[in-house]
Design a protein around this ligand. Sequence first.
Ligand code: GAL
Ligand code: ZN
Length: 670
Amino acid sequence: MTIWYGGDYNPEQWPREVWPDDVRLMNRAGVNLATVGVFSWAKLEPRPGEYDFDWLDDVLDGLHAGGVRVDLATATASPPPWLAAQHPETLPVTEDGVRLSTGSRQQYCPSSPVYRERARRLVERLVERYAEHPALELWHVNNEYGCHVSHCYCEVSAAAFRTWLEAKYGSIEELNRVWGTAFWSQRYDSFAEIEPPRTAPSFPNPTQLLDFDRFSSDELLACYRAEVEVIRAASDVRITTNFMGFFKPVDYWKWAQHVDIVSDDTYPDPADPVSSAYAAMVRDLMRSLGGGAPWLLMEQSPSAVNWREQNAAKSPGQMRAWSYQAVARGADGVLFFQWRQSQAGSEKFHSGMVPHGGTDTRVWREIEQLGTELRDLSGGEGTASLSGSRVPAHVAIALDWESWWAIEQPASPTSVSYLETLFAWHRAFTALGLVVDFVRADGDLSTYRVVVAPAHLVATDAQLENLAGFAEAGGTLVVGFGTAITDEHLHVRLGGYLGERLRQTLGVWIEEFAPPAAPDLRARGGGTPPPVPLTGDIFGGDATGSVWAESVRVEHAETLATFTGGALAGWPAVTRRAAGAGHAWYVATLPEPAALGRLVSRVVEEAGVEVPAAVANAGDVEAVRRGEFVIAINHGRQTAVLRLEGTDVLTGAPASGLELPPQGVAIVRS
Ligand code: GAL
Ligand code: ZN
């Protein structure tokens, strides 16, 4: 099967004479898929209702003649300036009441009926014209929903929010109950009185905030689904929209049900030493969103981006190494932003597959090399089974957007980064060579041996039943701090934190939070909380934790580690209980990486998860099994020597003893 290779192609930025050269170079680079039209609305519909598709016909025909398939965008991500000129109310408004302007991109209110109607008409015309085009491989709806404008606080959005609330709650009494408006005199007498959570004198109502997050994600999803409906009516070609990794504003669990293939845009910072590990987590998410199905790396940069304060170029080989990391973790395609580096506009300093300097450049040579390799892999003897194949995982982390939104709200026990917490757990498992899936707490957990629920603050009864049931049926459940503190309305579960269901399963309850804290130095720029000391055989002795600590009351569990300092000295930090046919662990802090690593080793060992033997002499080699292959990537600075049996299909060389230089990759059939 094909491994897709290519990128965003914006021919409207170039004179026509360049287009044949584009196709010629795409052929040279092994490009077989081009994403066309992402920002073409203003050119496709220069004046309201006046369409010009001739140029796009030529682009698509040219690509088709060159054997390049097309991922055709619906072009609705950036409305032309005439929309705002005619309908200023389509421009989004920030929580401070600032109306955003034209001259950039994505300047539309997701709830605007005018925007939606205009977008729908454009998509109808596109579908009418291109549904049968022989180059069409994929529909690319909009682009990065919510990237710049995820929440809109305008009057149109306010009205849509009221309608959404009315549908959800039915009566204002029910909303008052759920929002807890007895507090601070917030009682509403009618839905008409409700506003989006705009900037207010003090803390906003937490449930109002959470509902607005839910509403905002749903509104974007409604925009997406409206376009999908138009496409579906006339085309069977697969549909996607590009996700953005762990993107907080948009609940991708809900979205993933509506795409035919998951696709992702990822821009790890080459200057950040944890980028490879973080990117691994993102790729695991993309595979998990599609239930394990192959996904597409829709955008990455060939080298530097232009939107950080400082934009590091990728080091030689790094683009290739990170591309294979995506393939290893389930991607069936590697695409870039963008094909030809722009000459003008705010992305002119963002790298492209065809750089400003042309083809006698490092970036081009690396693009050409990777494309050639992927082409060989797609067609090569015996390697056809790489794409399309699955990545097995026995460990999963429960991921929950609502908990993410809620745990990072103001007026919380302490400041917790949900993502950093998940990342800490993910890294602990990947450091052991284990692949991790992400799951919904109420999803099917039966294929996993270990499930971790970290910082799952907002938990429904059904989720808790599912998690507890997983342990009781023989699984190993690990619950991290900050979990199940509230129900889905953000009402605290009374009678001890963790609530009744987890209290039974874990054999513990939480009496009080006591997170590490620095003196409140806000006026002087803040301080960093000191680590909390811990001890326990599970950590191999003394260790530290951070972010969170609390008084854990043990009822029926073993204490495996304790806090050793301050008011919590002597209190349990890690507990374990045999629960039904399985086990349930509780971890009341975030152990430092080495300690968490030891804890996780014990968990997987006891759960009977086999830890793969090291594939090289160096710890920086990431090795992932996909189908019949093990893909090994050296993210370190030293050459590593492989210990894998089998043959590297990239070179035909035996894998055992193979030297993998920094950024080196081997695809070993074993
Ligand atoms: C993405 C976007 C692309 C391009 C790229 C630059 O967010 O989809 O259009 O702007 O970033 O890194
Ligand atoms: Zn709005």
